[in-house]
Design a protein around this ligand. Structure first.
Ligand code: NAD
Length: 355
């Protein structure tokens, strides 16, 4: 059993903790919180051992009547790997502490790439992390881009990716974020940093990205144009994406027109917190003009990196093959949306290049 601790129990950390707890080869030893807020209470109700992230704040937990198992250094002594899910930049501050306790570390995409031995996306570069001391799971947007670019590059060759990222202003619980009534070029400089971030997991692809931030909290929307080195027809590309196990190809008959319906669907099928771990690609949007593929996809920023964190742990600490790790993670989480809704219909017909 791989002994895992989660430092930083917020939007990403709480989801990673649940995903780790669901793995047959991992033990969630505990999670850490800076203060005894509602998330600390929820962790306790879920049966997770709670540790004070800042040792001199243990009194605050005692005063709130929230029992803790110890402090962060105690947690680090009891685990093989820490998943750092602290706010951007805090992971870099924690690095020396992790190293002094001799634990492996998984960082998040808010950290600079040089924080870790490698950057990680299970579909694009699982093996680059194998056997290292630390890795960084790339951001939600970079994860979403990498999952599309990797299969296109393998199958057809990619000469250039151009992507416009329409980003949510904040997560649903972030009442202090915005804009409230505006659409912001963000960053206003072009191209944005997301393209170079894709290159940390897919080094040899040309990617230009443009970012916008909008008054939405549920998901990011990506508009992609990928120039290929060959000219497949649209059905081929749809079939390729339908075969990707972390991509949900939204069929026209589902009548899903945006993030609202996507999240409602996720809740209807019983997804925890309404999470969508998969890239959600509109099947109708996938088109090819000459050698250019076009598509729209939505990425659930709170969720898509969660299975990647689980696989990153296995890449660091085991010799489990990539495809086996990915399959195990998908199965334990219950990732049943991959492929195309309806692909397992009674007639057994699957989407093929001939459809
Ligand atoms: P968050 O603010 O929701 O959660 C961070 C948690 O860490 C909070 O509970 C906070 O109290 C706690 N914390 C703060 N300082 C700490 C410290 N010194 N020690 C321990 N815990 C501390 O943040 P998040 O959205 O979960 O982001 C975490 C990381 O994941 C960032 O690198 C971010 O860029 C990345 N990420 C976020 C998203 C997203 O959309 N939310 C998506 C992908 C990646």
């Amino acid at each position: 059993m791989i002994r895992v601790g989660v430092n930083g129990y917020g939007t990403i950390g709480k989801r990673v903790a649940d995903a780790v707890a669901a793995q047959p080869d991992m033990e969630l030893v505990g999670v850490s919180k800076t203060r005894p807020n509602y998330e600390a209470d929820a962790a306790r109700r879920r049966g997770y051992s709670l540790y004070a992230a800042v040792p001199d704040r243990t009194d605050a937990f005692a005063e709130a009547g929230v029992e803790i198992a110890g402090t962060l250094p105690d947690l680090l002594e009891a685990i093989d790997v820490v998943v750092d899910c602290c706010p951007s930049g805090v992971g870099a501050d924690n690095r020396t502490l992790y190293e002094s306790h001799g634990v492996h570390a998984v960082y998040q995409g808010g950290e600079d790439a040089d924080i870790a031995d490698a950057s990680f996306n299970a579909r694009a570069n699982f093996e680059a992390t194998r056997g290292g001391r630390s890795t960084r799971v790339v951001s939600c947007n970079t994860t979403g881009l990498s999952r599309v670019i990797a299969p296109l590059q393998e199958r057809y060759g990619v000469s250039k990716v151009r992507a416009t990222l329409v980003r949510r202003g904040g997560d649903p619980s972030q009442s202090d974020r915005g804009p409230i009534n505006d659409v912001l070029p963000d960053p206003v400089t072009v191209p944005s940093h997301h393209g170079p971030d894709v290159n940390t997991v897919i080094p040899d692809v040309a990617v230009d990205t443009l970012g916008l931030t909008v008054p939405a909290t549920q998901m990011h929307t990506h508009s992609l144009n990928v120039s290929l080195e060959s000219e497949p027809d649209a059905a081929d590309v749809r079939a390729l994406l339908a075969g990707e196990d972390r991509t949900f190809l939204i069929p026209p008959e589902a009548s899903i027109d945006g993030a609202g319906a996507l999240k409602e669907f996720a809740r209807d099928v019983g997804r925890p917190r309404g999470d969508l771990w998969e890239n959600c690609v509109w099947e109708q949007s996938v088109n090819v003009v000459d050698d250019d593929v076009y598509l729209f996809q939505n990425v659930h920023q709170e969720a898509d990196v969660v299975p990647e964190n689980v696989d990153a742990i296995r890449a660091l600490l085991t010799d489990v093959p990539a495809d086996e790790s990915i399959a195990r993670t998908n199965e334990t989480l219950g990732m049943g949306l991959a492929g195309r809704l309806g692909a397992d219909r009674a007639d057994g017909r699957r989407l093929t290049a001939g459809d």
